[in-house]
Design a binder for this molecule. Structure first.
Ligand code: SAM
Length: 234
């Protein structure tokens, strides 16, 4: 059972986004749990204010340290060990499949979602263990990135995907993209499913899929292909 705790100003957004389909079923079956903690509940301000203007001037608002710190300390006090705390930020290491696998080993993970211009640096220094970005672009908040990470990590938790083999053949396993997939009908808009997939010959199907994986990776992700070649030529 992996537990995800998400510190956010928009708990409903996170819960609505993660409670459906495969991840929703994973929650229902007890393989994972997702808790969204409203940072605003920890504001000591009578108007529940959680942000203020930046020192030194400039545009926008900055999330204040105290509500975040109190929310985190409350959470930490209920845990057996000190968790890894991930701050979603465009300034972090860019998320990838190997990182997802590493995080899937943790029993509990805390995600901190920023908003507005970001978060006061002092609380980040105090509580954050990992800075993670989901790509080189700027979003309005950390909620979508947290949802992306929770989704990618959850599907690696045993039991979440019923078909346990499907995670092993997917893109980025063995450093390759996955081969093309087909389902019924056998012909669509004049395009036929490759004969080999209808042959029932497992050896030939495996061979075809491997070839297609390599070809696709070479065409679409020359960077991955170069790495793959280096590894296989060793
Ligand atoms: N001022 C910040 C900067 O330039 O680095 C950007 C703040 S952004 C508008 C607001 C929040 O969205 C951030 O605190 C972060 O939590 C989240 N965010 C935006 N883009 C992201 C990305 N690419 N990956 C992860 N989190 C992101």
């Amino acid at each position: 059972m992996n537990k995800f705790h998400i510190l956010t100003l928009f708990p409903q957004m996170v819960l609505d986004g993660l409670n459906t389909s495969i991840i929703g079923r994973g929650i229902e079956a007890g393989h994972i749990s997702i808790e969204a903690i409203d940072i605003r509940d920890y504001s000591t301000n009578k108007h529940h204010k959680v942000d203020d203007t930046p020192y030194g001037g400039g545009a926008g608002m900055v999330m204040q340290p105290e509500p975040i710190y109190l929310a985190y300390k409350d959470l930490e006090s209920k845990m057996k060990t000190k968790p890894r705390v991930i701050y979603l930020t465009p300034q972090g290491d860019v998320f990838h499949q190997e990182m997802a696998k590493e995080f899937a080993q943790e029993e509990e993970l805390v995600f901190l979602c920023g908003h507005y211009e970001g978060v006061d640096e002092r609380v980040l220094e105090e509580i954050v263990t990992d800075y993670v970005s989901i790509g080189d672009y700027v979003l309005t908040g950390g909620e979508l990135p947290a949802m992306v990470m929770v989704d990618a990590i959850s599907r690696l938790v045993p039991g979440v995907l019923h078909n346990d083999v499907s995670a092993d053949t997917e893109s980025f396993e063995n450093g390759l993209l996955e081969y093309p997939q087909y389902t019924r009908p056998p012909e669509y808009l004049g395009r036929k499913v490759p004969d080999v997939l209808l042959s029932g010959h497992h050896g030939k199907i495996e061979e075809w899929r491997k070839e297609q994986s390599i070809l696709r990776t070479k065409e679409r992700r020359p960077d991955l292909y170069e790495e793959y070649q280096k590894k296989t030529n060793q």
